[in-house]
Design a protein around this ligand. Structure first.
Ligand code: HEM
Length: 553
């Protein structure tokens, strides 16, 4: 029998199969490329493979890389996605589009906040109406004003003072105790636990720890489960996440019960109280008094999470950088010494936050680790922004991460002879990225418009404490590529606190301890943990074992 290919021998079933396959291929090809041609005003759609689910699976389960890839594929154009039946328009940072979105008065966060509180934090349905209240003195407006006014001025000072005092007290004790080397299983867990406890104390007072002795442990369990809660999956699919949320809400509920036994102090004279916490907490409770007890709990949980998780994750990267680059430690010590009172760890908060090197570490940490989804919705149908028109039901989404990693904007240091890689690629934490050194033309955060000639140096330049004393911090010209705190009227109200907290914690930790990494190969591999992408600052993706001992100053 001949084995030559004779299609007609397939007969009817074969032909039918061919027709079906060809039709499927045509449909698939159409779906795959649908809308992906740019035609002026039209927003291209992201390709998808599964018709019904469209972009849901990659967006929910690999959101970080998915958005990075879309940005690479579509460049400066917005891209339309369909996620769980919801229209999401990914807004790129380039050409100032994301900045326009942040500043636009035609866009609002309200419907998205309502969805977020209901789906991710379990806000009872009956309380949600208060968020859409349009009256002049609606609680959302009053809350917005309270957050912005009390996270600056005297309440901010109290918040930062108490956090710093608590942190220093605990670290002083460990420094005194750890005169010999002590092994720690993970640097991040250590710093995180010290800082978050101090911050929780400053925010909520001391009584909450009596009411809920396992509070901090349970908070970090809840935080670990947030990526699952944020996927919008049915509760039966995420029982652990729901249990961790219930545990936190039950702690806060018990604390609220305790609060009802002790009347709040006069807010005009008492910025902080051991039972009620920071004035901001009791003021917000007053603003939201119409919420049910469960709603009040969710309201506090939201602020506690926003306040603690991001700044804690951002604090670790400068400290990890000192393990990568040991010459950084003496420079931090030299720069901070005039601001401390030896032999204690007490410091001058106001002057410490002016040190250019510490500011550069802080800003680089925000650049390197912030991945917050910033969302808005049009207030009315057919809102125009730039060349595009958006529908009422579109959710506009900007991700600061893609802007912060855009190598066409950020300076990556010098190109050295015979080495194709720049000295400091955007994927690396570069402590000095935001500093301009007078004698180093390759320094500064922004790539020069005309490329500089290759450097003659064969190794990355190492700056000294004397160089740092002459360096200038550069923060101008960054807006379209650097928006860790979002922008416009919704800009993060906690940014002044976060800056102080990150800077003083880095200074205190470096001053308090000598640190030696035990597994250098693990340290080499540490990257921001993308599982937390869209939700805030990314902590390290693996533990770093080290030994520490109190530094003698
Ligand atoms: C590294 C630290 C932090 C980063 C990167 C960060 C980032 C952000 C971003 C991107 C937003 C959304 C802004 C927008 O939509 O335009 C936001 C909102 C918010 N942040 Fe922060 N944040 C940080 C620390 C804090 C701290 C320490 C607090 C509290 C003390 C805080 C409280 C809030 C609150 C309450 C909101 C919602 C504001 C509103 O709904 O009007 N954040 N934050």
């Amino acid at each position: 029998m001949s084995l030559s290919y004779r299609p007609y021998e397939f007969g009817f079933p074969g032909l039918l199969a061919m027709v079906v396959v060809t039709t499927a291929l045509v449909i698939y090809t159409k779906i795959y490329f649908c809308g992906s041609s740019l035609d002026g005003e039209r927003i291209p759609s992201a390709p998808y493979r599964i018709p019904f689910l469209r972009n849901t699976i990659p967006f929910l389960f690999n959101s970080h890389q998915y958005l990075v890839n879309l940005r690479e594929k579509f460049g400066t154009s917005p891209v339309r996605l369909s996620v769980g039946g919801q229209n999401i328009i990914y807004i790129p940072h380039s050409d100032g589009t994301a900045t326009k979105m942040l500043k636009s008065r035609n866009l609002t966060q309200t419907p998205l906040i309502i969805k977020h509180l209901r789906d991710n934090f379990g806000m009872p349905e009956r309380d949600l109406r208060l968020y859409s209240d349009q009256s002049d003195n609606n609680p959302s407006q009053a809350d917005h004003r309270a957050l912005h006014s009390m996270l600056s001025g005297t309440t901010l000072e109290t918040f930062a003072d108490i956090t710093a005092t608590q942190l220093v007290k605990s670290i002083e004790a460990k420094r005194a105790e750890w005169t010999d080397w002590v092994e720690l299983p993970d640097l991040y867990t250590f710093v995180r636990d010290e800082l978050s406890r101090a911050q929780m104390y400053a925010l909520c007072g001391s009584e909450i720890f009596n009411v809920a002795p396992t509070l901090m442990h349970d908070f970090w369990e809840f935080d670990k489960q947030l990526p699952n809660l944020f996927k919008g999956l049915p509760t039966w699919m995420i029982p652990k996440a729901i249990a961790s949320r219930n545990k936190m809400t039950s702690h806060i509920h018990n604390w609220h019960t305790r609060l009802r036994e002790a009347p709040p102090p006069n807010p005009d004279t008492t910025p902080w109280d051991p039972i009620h916490g920071l004035r901001l907490m009791s003021s917000r409770r007053k603003i939201w008094h119409e919420l049910s007890p469960e709603g009040q709990v969710v309201q506090d949980l939201g602020l506690i999470r926003a306040s603690i998780s991001n700044s804690t994750a951002a604090t670790i990267w400068p400290i990890l950088a000192t393990l990568h680059h040991p010459t950084l430690t003496p420079r931090i010590l030299a720069a901070t010494t005039p601001h401390f009172t030896p032999p204690t760890l007490s410091f001058n908060r106001q002057t410490l936050t002016t040190i250019p090197l510490l500011n550069s570490l802080y800003l680089e940490s925000l650049r390197y680790s912030t991945a917050v989804a910033i969302t808005r919705q049009p207030r009315a149908p057919d809102i125009k922004m730039g060349n595009h028109t958006f529908n009422h039901s579109d959710t506009l989404l900007a991700l600061n991460w893609t802007a912060h990693y855009d190598s066409s904007f950020w300076n990556e240091g010098a190109i050295r002879p015979n080495i194709t890689e720049p000295e400091h690629p955007v994927e690396e934490f570069w402590a000095e990225r935001f500093l301009k050194y007078p004698n180093d033309p390759y320094s500064g955060p922004i790539r020069t418009s005309t490329p500089l000639p290759p450097a003659t140096r064969t190794k990355p330049s190492i700056h000294t404490a004397a160089d740092d004393a002459t360096a200038k911090l550069i923060t101008t010209g960054l807006q379209d590529n650097f928006f860790p705190y979002g922008g416009g009227s919704n800009i993060c109200p906690g940014r002044h606190f976060a800056k102080q907290e990150i800077i003083f914690t880095v200074a205190v930790m470096i001053r308090a301890f000598e640190m030696e990494v035990l597994e250098p190969e693990v340290l080499e591999g540490v990257r921001p943990d993308e599982r937390y992408s869209l939700m805030g600052n990314l902590p390290p993706d693996r533990g770093v074992r080290l030994r520490v001992r109190g530094r003698r100053i």
